[in-house]
Design a binder for this molecule. Structure first.
Ligand code: UD1
Ligand code: CA
Length: 476
């Protein structure tokens, strides 16, 4: 349902329906307290830049327009938004009120204006919906989301009169000791009536210790009723100003991600030691064992066993595969595959169904066909391996000749004995075999054997002669 569905036929000021929602996300701040070269709002929480969490929550309001106030000097923000919302530059950054005043006249609609800060990633869409509903019901000029915190340090405090009626928001730097003791804080989430907001914004001044234009002062300047709504879960309003708060948000978000997976039918043996990013998908009845990290945009099928001690990044894994004590990055793994323990699949690795890989195997930029095995202590780089190939222990592709990477091709059904070295570019035909310890420097035709090692010699009576010599030396 669209947020403006209830709008009547009367059209005030602009041509759009009265209920049309505008969202403004403030994301231009310098984020000095992060001590980072990366813009604060791009620091990831559970693998997703915090700004995108805020955008996702805002999206649930189905807004008519979403404006994101950004600092054009901060690289990457536009790219991270990837077309979500419309960016509005703020130069220089003179405070949260100044940020909001960058909104152009054409976007100053009379309907509800929801202002969010880009550094509050834990905020839920449902909370915003409830806040907007409360605002609409009370027909207030502004509705503030507040929270009671055990440790209110760093936040603006909500000052109320003796009768409990809202008086003002006081920033910590401008607060008296008594005011600092107040545990109710400003979350940084506001629903304004556009009709009241935009004229009030013109009157904003910067007479405070920081010399900034505070959005919180707009609340004082606005004409009309001021409502407050207290959030149920105070944890949602956490504002990330430094890296300790970033870690706090990470912990909360991680638990949310794990909870959602468990609700969806994934077993997580030990949530306390399991780290899964928000954009990871995992199928039903998959079990994730302790000390496992699954990140990026990984997709894992059903009935898999992942971990313990496994790291998976931006990889896909089919159904019923087992990955134990291994490290996967940008790898594609089929179904009923077994990887590990102690193997590493690097970018560009593609394992077809029913492949077996390692103990101690490294594979990079290689395709391994269905049913093939690279079971022990091998390195395959830039290899194309067919189906039902067995690669013996300790076999290695010498894919780099000092100038470029070269391809090793091993066709279907080939039997590679232990300690074979492929000096690429080289090709082993289908059903061909190599003898142990062969250095393959030439193509091996299909069905034939390559044997390339020094002939073995037998030295008879050797041990007896050696022992006699040792005895003679000991007597001296
Ligand atoms: C702000 C509130 C405070 C509230 C707290 C909640 C003000 C004056 N204070 O304080 O009452 O308790 O958030 O987390 O609003 N930004 C801009 N342009 C600027 C300055 C900031 O876009 O010129 C953006 C930042 O990127 C950030 C947000 O506004 O996403 C909040 O700014 P920040 O400096 O973190 O405000 P706080 O000091 O946390
Ligand atoms: Ca903040």
């Amino acid at each position: 349902m669209r947020a403006n569905a209830s709008a009547g036929s009367k059209r005030p000021i602009s041509s759009e329906p009265r209920g049309s929602v505008t969202v403004v996300v403030l994301a231009a701040g310098r984020g000095v307290r992060m001590k980072s070269r990366i813009p604060k709002v791009l620091h990831p929480v559970a693998g997703r830049p915090m700004l995108l969490w805020v955008m996702a929550a805002a999206h649930e309001l189905d807004p008519e327009r979403t404006l994101v106030i950004t600092n054009p000097a901060q690289d990457g923000v536009q790219a991270a938004l990837n077309g979500q919302g419309q960016t509005v530059p703020q130069v220089p950054q003179l405070g949260t009120g100044h940020a909001l005043s960058q909104v152009a006249t054409e976007h100053r609609a009379p309907g509800p204006v929801i202002v969010l800060y880009g550094d509050t990633p834990l905020l839920r869409g449902e909370t915003l919906k409830a806040l907007l509903a409360a605002h609409r019901k009370s027909a207030a000029a502004v509705t503030l989301l507040t929270a009671n915190l055990d440790d209110p340090r760093g936040y603006g405090r909500i000052v109320r009169g003796r009768n409990g009626v809202f008086r003002e928001i006081v920033e910590e730097t401008d607060a008296t000791d008594d005011q600092r003791a107040i545990s109710e804080v400003n979350s940084g989430v506001y629903v304004f009536s556009g009709r009241e907001l935009w004229p009030a914004l013109l009157k904003l001044e910067n007479k405070n210790r920081a010399g900034e234009y505070y959005l919180t002062d707009v609340v004082r300047l606005i004409k009309g009723k001021i409502e407050t709504v207290r959030v149920d879960d105070a944890g949602e309003i956490l504002g990330i100003n430094d890296r300790r708060q970033l870690a706090q948000a990470e912990r909360v978000m991680r638990q949310r991600v794990l909870d959602a997976l468990m609700v969806g039918g994934v077993t997580i043996t030990d949530p306390a030691t399991t780290y899964i990013d928000a954009d990871v998908a995992i199928g039903q009845d998959t079990v994730v064992h302790p000390f496992t990290t699954i990140g990026g945009r990984s997709v894992i099928g059903q009935e898999c066993v992942i971990g313990p001690m496994t790291q998976v990044r931006d990889s896909t894994i089919g159904d019923r595969s087992t990955i134990e004590r291994s490290h996967l990055e940008e790898a594609k793994v089929g179904s009923r595959v077994r990887v590990g323990p102690f193997s590493r699949l690097r970018p560009g690795t593609e394992l077809a169904d029913e492949v077996r890989v390692g103990t101690h195997t490294e594979i990079k930029n290689s395709k391994i066909g269905a049913g093939s095995a690279v079971p022990h202590f091998s390195y395959l780089g830039d290899a194309v391996v067919g189906a039902n190939v067995n690669i013996g222990a300790g076999s290695i592709t010498a894919n780099w000749d000092g100038f470029q990477k070269n391809v090793t091709e091993i066709d279907d059904g080939a039997y590679i004995s232990c300690d074979t070295i492929f000096v690429a570019p080289v090709r082993v035909g289908s059903d061909a075999a190599t003898a142990a310890d062969t250095v393959v420097t030439k193509d091996v035709p299909a069905g034939s054997l390559a044997i390339g090692r020094p002939e073995m010699r037998i030295v008879e009576g050797y041990t007896a002669r050696r022992r006699a010599r040792q005895k003679a030396v000991a007597k001296k």
